[in-house]
Ligand binder design. Structure first.
Ligand code: NAD
Length: 499
C-alpha cells in the first residue's frame, strides 16, 4: 500500500506520528493509499524551519520571487496531464474537470507574476518641509493554508501563490482525502526554484490544524472548507492574534425569470447543479423559477437533460459528465438527505439513490436527483448537500425569489437568468451575496478579481486571490522621513500638522 507522508525542507518525508488515514479511489471504493496524519511536534518542526528560511526569501527582490512563479506556471502546464490524473484518481472528478481545477489555480500563479507591481507601495513626496512619507507592504512571516478536498489543486494554489510571492513562508495543510496533488505541487515549486523550507506540506487532521492555531510563529491562516470548521478556525485564530480569512459552505440559488431563455437556463442548471457531482462551493443547488408556468416549464426542460447525464469513473474519459462522491460517508449523507426530502414532503422528480454501474458496484456514486416543491423549512433546503441534488423552490414573484436568496444563511454565489436588464441590475445591486452571475450559472471570478462569499460563506475582511490576496499576505508599514535642510528645530511635543 502506498504511504503518503509530508513535504518538509524540500523533500518527501514519512510521517512519524504512527497515525494514518485511508485515501480511497472513489470510483472503485478501494483504499489506494494511506496518508500520514501529523502530530503537533511534526507541525511545530515544519514551522520552525519555515521561519528560519523566510527572512532571506522576504528580502529577495520581488522580481526574483516572481520568476519562480513564472517557471512554476510552465511546469504546471508541462505536468497538466499527470496532475489531472492524480487528482481524478483520489477525488473522482472527470479528467477535463480536474484540468479545470489545476487551470484555475494556475491562473492565480500567473497573476502572482505581477508581484513586483502589486507590492510597490505608496509614496508621498514632500508631505511636509523635507518630509517624505511612504507605505510598504511587508510579508507576515510564516503563514498557513488549510484546504478542502473538493479542489485539491486550485485552492492550495490560490493560497501558496500569493503567500510566497509576497515573501512569506507557507505551511499547507491539505485535505487528508486527496493529498497527492498538493505534494506534487510542492515538488514542482522546488523545481521552479523555490528555496527549501519555504513551502511545507504537512498532511493531517484536526490535530495538525489545532497545532497551527496554537503555534505562535504562524502569523496568518487562510482556510477553505465547511462553515462549522471555518467558524472554529476563525474564532480561535483571531483570538490568538493571527490574521485569519475563512471561506465556508454554500447554498447557491439560481433565479429563473419568466422571460429567461428556458433552454439556456436548463442547460446552465444541469451543468451547475450536477457538474463535479455537486461537490463545488459554487454549485447551484437551488433553482428558483418565478411563477408556476416558469416552474413547470423548467422541470419539463430539465428532466430529459438530466436523463442524458452520464455518470461514471474518470477513466471513461470524455464520455462521463460527473463521477462519484469523495467517500462512502459523503454518499451515505447525500442519500440520507434525499430520504429526508421525501419524508418532509418534497416531490422527488428524479431519484439517484439506486444508481449502479457494472464493474463499479463499490464506488461512491449517486445518480442525478431532482426535487420540486421544496420549501425553506426542509433539510434539503437548509443544509448544504454537496451532492448531485437539485432542489426547485417555486416563487410567486421576483421579490419573493430575491428574499429567499437573501434570507438564506449562506452567501457565496447566486445567479439570475433573465432577458431584462433592469431586473438583472436590481438583483446585482440588492442581493446580499458575494458573487453574482447574470445569465452565468457559476460566476467564479477570474484570478485578477477576488473570490469570496458573504454571511456564513466567508469570515474575515479580505477575499481570496486578486489584489486582496496581496493585502492579506502582507502588512503595511508606513515611514515618515525628514531630511531637513537649513536650521534644525528644537524638540516637538505635540502631533504636528504638515505645513
Ligand atoms: P471540511 O471543513 O471537512 O475540511 C476542510 C479542512 O479542514 C480540511 O483540511 C480538514 O482536514 C480540516 N478539518 C476537518 N475537520 C476539522 C476539525 N474538526 N477541526 C479542524 N480542522 C478540520 O471541508 P471539506 O469537506 O474538505 O470541503 C467541502 C466544504 O468546503 C464544503 O462545505 C464547501 O462548500 C466548502 N468550500 C468552500 C469554498 C469557498 O471558497 N467558500 C471553496 C471550496 C469548498
Amino acid at each position: 500500500m502506498q504511504e503518503l507522508g509530508h513535504w518538509i525542507d524540500g523533500k518527501r518525508v514519512p510521517g512519524r506520528s504512527g497515525r494514518f488515514a485511508d485515501v480511497y479511489n472513489p470510483a472503485t471504493g478501494e483504499v489506494q493509499a494511506h496518508v500520514a496524519l501529523a502530530s503537533k511536534d511534526e507541525l511545530d518542526a515544519a514551522v520552525a524551519s519555515a521561519a528560519a528560511a523566510q527572512p532571506k526569501w522576504g528580502a529577495t527582490n520581488p522580481q526574483r520571487r516572481a520568476r519562480v512563479m513564472m517557471e512554476f506556471v510552465r511546469l504546471l502546464n508541462r505536468d497538466m496531464d499527470k496532475l489531472a490524473e492524480a487528482l481524478s484518481r483520489e477525488h473522482g472528478k472527470t479528467i477535463p474537470d480536474a484540468k479545470g481545477d489545476v487551470q484555475r489555480g494556475l491562473e492565480v500563479i500567473e497573476f502572482c507574476i505581477g508581484a513586483p507591481h502589486l507590492l510597490k507601495g505608496e509614496f508621498t513626496d514632500s508631505a511636509g518641509p523635507g518630509i517624505d512619507m511612504y507605505s510598504m507592504r511587508q510579508p507576515l512571516g510564516v503563514v498557513a493554508g488549510i484546504t478542502p478536498f473538493n479542489f485539491p489543486a486550485m485552492i492550495p494554489l490560490w493560497k501558496m501563490g500569493p503567500a510566497l510571492a509576497c515573501g512569506n513562508a507557507f505551511i499547507l495543510k491539505p485535505s487528508e482525502r486527496d493529498p497527492s496533488v498538493p505534494l506534487m505541487l510542492a515538488e514542482l515549486m522546488q523545481e521552479a526554484g523555490l528555496p527549501d523550507g519555504l513551502l511545507q506540506v504537512v498532511n493531517g487532521d484536526k490535530e495538525a490544524v489545532d497545532a497551527i492555531l496554537d503555534n505562535e510563529t504562524v502569523q496568518g491562516i487562510g482556510f477553505v472548507g465547511s462553515t462549522p470548521i471555518a467558524e472554529y478556525i476563525y474564532s480561535r485564530g483571531c483570538a490568538a492574534g493571527k490574521r485569519v480569512q475563512c471561506f465556508g459552505g454554500a447554498k447557491n440559488h439560481m433565479i429563473v425569470m419568466p422571460d429567461a431563455d428556458m433552454d439556456q437556463a436548463a442547460d446552465a442548471l444541469v451543468g451547475a447543479g450536477y457538474g463535479a457531482a455537486g461537490e463545488r462551493c459554487m454549485a447551484i443547488s437551488v433553482a428558483v423559477p418565478v411563477g408556476e408556468k416558469t416552474a413547470d416549464k423548467l422541470i419539463e426542460k430539465l428532466v430529459p437533460r438530466i436523463e442524458k447525464l452520464k455518470v461514471g469513473p474518470y477513466t471513461a474519459g470524455d464520455d462521463v459528465d460527473y463521477g462519484p462522491l469523495v467517500t462512502a460517508d459523503a454518499m451515505k449523507r447525500v442519500k440520507g438527505l434525499i430520504a429526508s426530502g421525501v419524508e418532509q414532503g418534497a416531490k422527488l422528480v428524479m431519484d439517484g439513490r439506486d444508481f449502479a454501474l457494472q464493474g463499479y458496484e463499490d464506488g461512491f456514486f449517486v445518480g442525478p436527483t431532482l426535487f420540486d416543491n421544496v420549501t425553506p423549512e426542509m433539510d434539503i433546503y437548509r443544509q448544504e448537500i454537496f451532492g448531485p441534488v437539485l432542489a426547485q423552490v417555486r416563487a410567486n414573484s421576483y421579490e419573493e425569489a430575491l428574499k429567499l436568496a437573501m434570507d438564506n444563511e449562506y452567501g457565496n454565489g447566486t445567479a439570475i437568468f433573465t432577458r431584462d436588464g433592469d431586473t438583472a441590475r436590481d438583483f446585482a445591486a440588492r442581493v446580499n451575496i458575494g458573487m453574482i452571475g447574470i445569465n452565468v450559472p457559476i460566476p467564479v471570478p477570474l484570478a485578477y478579481h477576488t473570490f469570496g462569499g458573504w454571511k456564513k460563506s466567508g469570515f474575515g475582511d479580505l477575499n481570496q486571490h486578486g489584489p486582496d490576496a496581496f493585502r492579506f499576505y502582507t502588512r503595511t508599514k508606513t515611514v515618515t522621513s525628514r531630511w531637513p535642510s537649513g536650521l534644525k528645530e528644537g524638540g516637538e511635543f505635540h502631533f504636528k500638522a504638515m505645513d
